[in-house]
Design a binder for this molecule. Structure first.
Ligand code: NAP
Length: 295
């Protein structure tokens, strides 16, 4: 099986490689600009800007992938809120370019989406809950999901929540930011009124690799099972690493205004993925040990 992946220079993308290669796939890794992650055997890197429809067509026609894993996006909600045309170009139109080129080949299409498609009023969402995004990032990801659902060949939409892990090539994530700040003795304000089910990047990668290998169809929620606020995640990280937890300040959405509104209560029920692919995510404490192994 040959899998073409987008967004490989991103934080999550860098975690796909080993899981996909371990599942027996040959990987064509793509990203915007030069490769920024370590080389892994059985993989090749190509520069691909997904907003360039001609470049997308040309690369897919040359590579003829069996499957496409589409993770590239403008992933920062505040950037999307402040630049709607950019968010539209990458998150919606970029997805359409890939779908059109993939349909001509009959490739299986797996799209990485987000808990931010929901409004955050209900919490603990199942796959059949109706999206209703509260910010522009969520709006463009929901639009892209709807395009994927019209794809005439095999497809899956994988929604995930607050992904944490080792930053492979220095791209930060919530835990690495906490650790960097506290190690520098800086204070850090973290939300304590948002509910999430944080996801270990390695679990997401192996879950997605299993979905692709089995060409599973439909929407799947892949996340951890523990319900935590970002503040609770930060405190547990500081405690685990023996860092100064008093530097963490608990804030609410009202006190720390951001350009993009966040859904307050998300988190996923993952029973469907457990049954379909045996998805079995680690606890947050185990995830911490995997991210920051102690001798
Ligand atoms: N991280 C999370 O907690 C989380 C949660 C739910 C869903 N997701 C989804 O997971 C996916 C990956 O997220 P992430 O956290 O890994 O974000 P990320 O680190 O920002 O990675 C996104 C990647 O997309 C690339 N990209 C942007 N515009 C592009 C274009 N025009 N052509 C090709 N590539 C382009 C970026 O390139 P540059 O590196 O050059 O900027 C970046 O490498 C996204 O689809 C996001 O919606 C993430």
């Amino acid at each position: 099986m040959k899998v073409l992946v987008t967004g490989m220079n991103g934080f999550i993308g860098q975690h796909w490689l080993r899981a996909l290669v371990a599942s027996g796939a040959t990987v064509v890794a793509t990203g915007k600009g030069p490769q920024r992650f370590p080389f892994v055997e059985n993989t090749r890197y190509c520069d691909l800007d997904i907003t360039d429809a001609e470049a997308v067509n040309a690369l897919l026609a040359t590579e003829q992938p069996t499957a496409i894993l589409h993770a590239a996006a403008i992933s920062k909600p505040d950037v999307c809120e402040q630049d709607h045309p950019l968010a539209d170009r990458v998150n919606r139109a970029g997805t359409q370019h890939l779908l059109s080129a993939a349909a001509a080949l009959g490739s299986y299409f797996c799209f990485l989406s987000t808990d931010f498609v929901f409004d955050g009023r209900k919490g603990m969402y199942v796959e059949t809950d109706l999206p209703c995004p509260v910010n522009y990032y969520g709006h463009t990801k929901w639009q892209a999901e709807q395009l994927v659902q019209q794809y005439p060949k095999g497809w899956s939409i994988v929604r995930t929540v607050t992904v944490y892990g080792q930053p492979v090539a220095g791209r930060p994530n919530i835990l690495s930011t906490v650790v960097d700040k506290l190690k520098r003795g800086e204070t850090y304000s973290v939300f304590d009124d948002q509910i999430r089910t944080p996801t270990y990047a390695g679990d997401l990668a192996s879950g997605v690799a299993t979905l692709i290998r089995g060409s599973h169809n439909g929407i799947f929620h892949l996340s951890g099972e523990e319900v935590l606020t970002p503040y609770e995640m930060a405190i547990r990280t500081a405690t685990y690493l023996g860092l100064e937890a008093s530097l963490l300040t608990r804030v609410s959405a009202e006190t720390l205004q951001q350009p993009a509104k966040r859904p307050m209560r998300t988190g996923f029920v993952i029973e469907k993925a457990k049954k379909a692919i045996g998805f079995n995510p680690c606890s947050f404490d185990d995830g911490l040990q995997l991210c920051f192994p102690k001798p």
